[in-house]
Design a protein around this ligand. Structure first.
Ligand code: GDP
Ligand code: ADP
Length: 200
């Protein structure tokens, strides 16, 4: 049983372009809980506005493989099947939880399913999506970070991801960043209250 001295694990998934990074950034700023983002490792190249250690730890395939062999990943996946690997670094999670933080994993659906296999972790699971494929496509294009081929691939993958939405405890529509942030914050606060009740 989790207690509120221990921190919680929070998984936020959703298709590429749903607004996960934007909403998570806003959540960490606005929500009065000790939230922290687990910074994943990836072999994909950084986008122009991304910094090593902030959005991701950007690693070579060899560095990633070494960490994998060393058991440093809680889970890792080749997302989008294009040779780019992503993984949750175990120390990011264990250190945060020990310090009483609520550690957010912004990870894909397959990675989330792997984390759910560990019955001790009891993550709060949230699926974020923009309400429609057309909106998703528009946001991906507006972000201007992907090639046409990458956008097509991401939209193809999103169909499979949306089909697994029912595996998440909460579904949140990112219509506006402010509203989605507020809804997720309320969801998380409801768990804090449950934790407090289970202590008495
Ligand atoms: N399994 C897993 N997926 C991750 C991890 N980090 C990021 N992802 C997912 O990888 C996918 C691609 O991320 P990214 O390249 O940043 O593109 P974006 O989602 O379009 O911003 C998204 O679904 C992320 O949630 C991780 O550590 N593990
Ligand atoms: N509620 C929203 N309404 C309109 N645009 C949004 C909204 N949330 C995010 N965006 C924009 O959509 C694009 C994708 O958001 P991003 O956070 O990068 O998505 P993800 O991390 O899920 O791939 C970005 O350009 C972002 O500014």
């Amino acid at each position: 049983m989790k207690t509120n001295t221990e921190g919680r694990l929070v998984i936020i998934s959703g298709p590429s372009g749903a607004g996960k990074s934007t909403v998570v950034r806003s959540l960490i700023q606005e929500c009065p809980l000790p939230l922290v983002l687990s910074v994943s490792a990836t072999t994909r190249p950084p986008r122009p506005d991304e910094r090593d250690g902030r959005e991701y730890y950007f690693l070579s395939s060899q560095q990633f493989e070494e960490l994998r062999r060393d058991g440093q990943f809680l889970e890792c996946e080749e997302v989008f099947g294009r040779g780019h690997w992503y993984g949750t670094l175990r120390p990011q999670v264990t250190t945060g939880l020990k310090q009483g933080q609520w550690v957010i994993l912004e990870i894909d659906v397959q990675g989330a399913m792997r984390v759910l296999e560990d019955k001790d972790l009891q993550p709060i699971t949230i699926f974020l999506h923009p309400g429609g494929i057309e909106e998703l496509e528009q946001r991906l294009r507006a972000r201007g970070t992907e090639t046409e081929e990458a956008i097509t691939r991401r939209l193809e993958v999103s169909v499979g991801e949306l089909a697994l939405m029912h595996r998440y405890r909460h579904e949140v529509i990112n219509d506006t960043v402010e509203r989605a942030t507020s809804e997720i914050c309320e969801i998380l606060k409801s768990y804090q209250e449950r934790n407090a009740c289970s202590k008495s």
